[in-house]
Design a binder for this molecule. Sequence first.
Ligand SMILES: Cc1ncc(COP(=O)(O)O)c(C=O)c1O
Length: 440
Amino acid sequence: MKEMELVKWPFLKQTWGIEFERSEGSYLYTKDGRKILDAAGGAIVSNIGYGREEVADTIAKAVKNNSYILPPFLTPEREALLDELREHWLPPHLTRIHLSSGGSEANESAVKLAIQYQSSRGKAEKNIILTRNLSYHGTTLNMSGISGHVARKRGLESYVPKPTTIETPYPLRCPIGSFHPEAKEYYLDNLRKTLKKIGPENIAALLMEPINGSSGGAITPPDGYWIEAQEILRENDILLIADEVMTGFGRVGSDFASNLYGLEPDILIAGKGMGGGYAAIGGTYSTDKIADSIQAAGYEVMFHTFAALPQSCAASAEVLRILREENLCERVNPLGDQILQKLNSEIGQHPNIAEIRGKGLLIGIEIVEDKSSLTPFDESEKITSRIMQQGLEEGVFLYPGGTGEYRDIICIGPAFTIGDDEVDLIVKATKAALTTVTQN
Ligand SMILES: Cc1ncc(COP(=O)(O)O)c(C=O)c1O
């Protein structure tokens, strides 16, 4: 009788054929003794690198002191994180903190707050969450539905909510011309027209990534777009929710990407870098105005059972302290510029590279079959996952991004602690992986 094959991990069978034993600094060590540079900090998570003893000790202390306490009660571990966030990171207008176990949950909480806020003002019909045609906000059913990430909702389309979207400003692929000087106006016009069509009286908020994460691979909008978009939203009484799960806590060379664009979001969301991979944690930060209105209406803001776990709070506070006291965020722009510059000089002219782009240490490389028409490779070619796989052979982990029509994007987002050797290795391995895959 044929033996049943055990699919050990993950849920769906994969062909990676690689097992990791441990990690340290910005390197991953495989079971068969290889050392691989993590050029993507996992899923753009590891800002301070792996295996820091101070964080491990802090977590152990927290578990001994308070392994579990109901989320709404204050503990020293929670207080340490709240103080760290308020004193050193959060924009001063975002005074209220709701914690959860990751980015998707934090986004769900943000959407709930926005809807409850509008309802608490007697505007229950203002309940549409506008998103962007290219975006990713998480893997829960609602986030799968309203995100603009077609690959991650396959097979769910009949069930999840249909998104109401504006166009994601995408300078390379602007419909009126690549890098068109009127691109900003084009996309603002799209926002205005969408609001007019749907009716601002029906829209609670715009949920957006100020700079696209993996859905588009570090797409930055045309200069001046966000500040004008914020103005349009304010004029129409629509909240701005900034999803900074990937961009938050220094990743793009500023505490938050919103700061780069002069934005004052009504709600801001963080995850990933907030715990640097040491804690399963997400944060939803909002104004007093929103919280007070919800409270006055008598609505509940329910916690997830594992929200604000003392050990997660302690770990996150320690990670953020390390980022701050070791001035790691100051390394982000120079390192990012160095990688961009070297990638451009080594592979910028490659016939299959449409664009190398990014901000700080969030970098995207968009790969196409035909550069002049920006036509992607056929999906069956699986270019991005083959580059990822080949990258591992070259000793570097690269993060596959992109979705739908814009599917072949390689994301680079290493720890802020890398040095010159790692920069060179990222560039060398990316070039080698790209060359091998596009020639075959
Ligand atoms: C911008 C953005 N929002 C939300 C999420 C979802 O976060 P999580 O995977 O922690 O639930 C991600 C994850 O990649 C993300 O990049």
